[in-house]
Design a protein around this ligand. Structure first.
Ligand code: ATP
Ligand code: MG
Length: 437
């Protein structure tokens, strides 16, 4: 488990403007598209995030192409295409078993809704660079001539490790509010600082994040929190004043922010979004947690996992004392690895950390896989065949029996049926008649 703040290390950047390094094989499809467009008389380049990552010696997630060919031309030139955002000049081209984004150089018209331009104009590479968000995201690479094309000072900012808005930072955040979260995400992910004027504009515009669709904000938050640099992302969200605008009604006390940052810093490098998010909202009521998840448009599965993790996050604190049934119920849950990771970050604060870790390993190893979820000795059918009326008694009796079965104090069906009889009698004493008719 990593306990230090995660940082990113870079391969040395090529010093000369011509781009010397071999392109990874993953770039083949995009390079093939560039070659074809060029052969057809067009200007075509690799663009944006892939150029940034290549210069940093990181593995790009995908390779995007930008070109002066308009969408209709792109569709004529390539056999398999899909228009995804033709009004913004974006076409997907199928090459080397992948769909690759090919976008026509464009400049954005006016932004009216704080998210999308009302219209776009096709233009040249320079103007296309200027509509991009941050200088490090605004570069092009000509993979045929092996040159870097940098109209926005992206290379200098990569070297200085700075996230800087292209053009006038306040204006750029004002036109598209999602950039507020993107600035934080890239700064954290790359371990860059945010350039001071950009940072000031970010702070000024922070409340505008509230106008961005919850889904988009959640996607950004997911990317930030699942990356090893999640602690830095959270610190930046706090410093920029974005935390109160992550979801409708978001409220953070200073202690919650401080505690959240510490917990995030202790998580292992690879964690799920539900775990990373759960540690941030652990001290809130279940109902509030559910409301937060709804406001962020989390999936049902995410919401249930977050609620479960928070509800059980202390269960493994003392691995010796948890009951066998309790342990098996945790082992049966798909989010157990997350719960364990959380438990281990809690041991970190305890004096006998290593011992607890060992005890947990031993307890978990002592449960045979087939013993985790045995078929119940007694089911609802048994209650029904005894004429028990439907109602809360079913859950009460079946849960009690299954707990004893998991604890291995109840091992035969006969014993289970006897105990069922006792439990029914006790319930009748306390709650009255339970039989049908
Ligand atoms: P990642 O590795 O996370 O995909 P990326 O830089 O490729 O990072 P994308 O969201 O895939 O980011 O966008 C591709 C490029 O499009 C960016 O590098 C940037 O040039 C431009 N871009 C994306 N979103 C915006 C935006 N909201 N405003 C301006 N330019 C943007
Ligand atoms: Mg991308």
């Amino acid at each position: 488990m990593s306990r230090t703040r995660a940082t990113v290390s870079y391969a040395p950047m090529s010093e000369s403007f011509p781009f010397q390094a071999e392109l990874p094989e993953a770039a083949d499809g995009a390079v093939k598209i560039v070659r074809k467009l060029t052969a057809e008389g067009h200007h075509a380049l690799l663009a944006g995030g892939c150029v940034r990552d290549l210069l940093l010696g990181l593995q790009p997630q995908d390779y995007d192409v930008a070109t002066d060919a308009p969408p209709e031309r792109i569709c004529q030139i390539f056999r398999r295409t899909r228009k995804v955002g033709a009004q913004f000049g974006v076409v997907l081209v199928h090459e080397r078993r992948k769909w690759i984004e090919v976008a026509t150089f464009r400049s954005d018209g006016q932004y009216l809704d704080g998210r999308r331009p009302s219209e776009v104009h096709f233009c040249d590479a320079r103007h296309d660079a200027e509509r991009r968000d941050f200088t490090v995201n605004g570069m092009f690479l000509d993979p045929l001539k092996r040159t870097l094309i940098d109209y926005v000072g992206g290379r200098a900012d990569l070297q200085a490790r700075l996230i800087r808005a292209i053009g006038d930072p306040p204006a750029r955040f004002a036109e598209d509010h999602l950039r507020l979260a993107r600035a934080v995400r890239f700064a954290a992910r790359l371990s860059f600082e945010i350039e001071p004027v950009t940072f000031a504009a970010l702070k000024d515009h922070a409340p505008k994040l509230a106008t961005v669709a919850a889904e988009r904000v959640r996607e950004e938050l997911e990317k930030m929190l699942t990356h090893p640099t999640r602690r830095r992302a959270f610190d930046l969200l706090a410093d920029c004043g974005l935390l109160p605008y992550l979801w409708e009604g978001a409220a953070w006390q200073a202690e919650q922010i401080a505690a959240g940052a510490v917990l995030l810093g202790r998580l292992p490098e690879q964690v799920s979004f539900p775990l990373a998010f759960a540690v941030l909202i652990v001290d809130r009521e279940t109902k509030a947690v559910q409301e937060i998840c709804r406001a962020l448009t989390c999936s049902n599965e995410q919401r249930e996992t977050i609620v479960w993790l928070i509800g059980h996050h202390t269960d493994l604190d003392d691995p010796v004392r948890i009951s066998l049934a309790g342990l098996k119920r945790l082992l049966a849950h798909p989010a157990l690895p997350d719960l364990r990771a959380w438990a281990e970050t809690r041991y970190f604060e305890m004096p006998d950390e290593a011992q607890r870790r060992e005890q947990l390993d031993r307890r978990v190893a002592s449960v045979a896989p087939e013993a985790i979820r045995p078929p119940p000795l007694v089911t609802g059918d048994d209650l029904a065949s005894h004429g028990v009326k439907p109602g809360p008694i079913y859950k009460h009796v079946l849960d009690a029996l299954y707990t004893r079965q998991l604890d291995e104090t109840l091992t035969t069906r006969e014993a289970a049926l006897r105990l069922m009889g006792d439990l029914l009698a006790k319930w009748r004493e306390e709650h009255g008649e339970i039989l049908d008719g």
